[in-house]
Design a binder for this molecule. Structure first.
Ligand SMILES: N[C@@H](CCC(=O)N[C@@H](CS)C(=O)NCC(=O)O)C(=O)O
Length: 207
């Protein structure tokens, strides 16, 4: 398997999954900062020009959450997705909640503070996104009370996706009022096969 990645991005979700599974993979760095994702050879693999991309033999899969689901189903013995369909629906619930209600405001903040050209950035959009995120993360903070994992009593793919997204939120100062989630995120990143935190991944590309 090949993972097209750039250290401090959503690639971390898929790297985390591969490391937890102990699967050997080839890491291919696509330097977003240098615009390598716009190269024709990369656009052939992902016409959206985005990372990460997972290639398994001749099968190409894009979208980080889809990759994590693919890997969980490819390696069912690892038990990272529950066999019971109701439990599994809870995993889907939190994956989607994370990708829509939590990640989208974070992405709006990133776009309006770093990604869009300066003259297109809207301060009001950043404060609205911060409000949206704060309201939704409170739901997860409540859910985690008395729980070690997002769904059930063992780690699932929902935890890798959530923990990475919470680290992202922490990077922009949006987790200070969520003691449960801070503790949960620290515990997740203390796992032996956890990937680098975003700050460390960022430092790794700047050295
Ligand atoms: N929904 C996609 C989002 C992918 C995405 O936006 N990736 C960012 C890095 S985290 C990217 O490649 N950005 C480059 C660009 O938008 O030009 C996923 O989860 O895989």
């Amino acid at each position: 398997m090949k993972l097209y990645e750039f250290a401090p991005t959503r690639s971390i979700r898929v790297r985390w999954m591969l490391q937890e599974l102990g699967v050997t993979f080839e890491a291919v760095t696509v330097n977003l900062a240098a615009g390598e994702h716009h190269r024709p050879e990369f656009l052939k693999i992902n016409p959206a020009g985005k990372l990460p991309v997972l290639v398994d033999g001749d099968f190409v899969i894009t979208e980080s959450v889809a990759m994590v689901l693919y890997l969980a189903e490819k390696y069912p013995h690892a038990g990272l997705i529950p066999p019971d369909f109701k439990q599994r629906s809870q995993v889907y619930r939190w994956l989607l909640f994370t990708a829509t209600e939590l990640e989208q405001p974070l992405w709006r903040i990133a776009r309006h503070t770093m990604i869009y050209p300066e003259h297109l950035r809207l301060t009001a959009e950043v404060s609205l996104a911060r409000q949206d995120f704060t309201a939704m993360v409170a739901v997860l903070e409540h859910q985690m009370q008395g729980h070690q994992f997002v769904v059930g009593d063992t780690v699932t793919i929902a935890d890798f996706v959530c923990a990475y997204t919470l680290d992202w939120a922490n990077e922009v100062g949006l987790l200070d009022d969520c003691p449960q989630l801070l503790q949960y995120m620290e515990q997740m990143y203390a796992r032996p096969n956890a990937p680098l935190r975003i700050a460390a991944a960022l430092a790794s590309i700047n050295t």
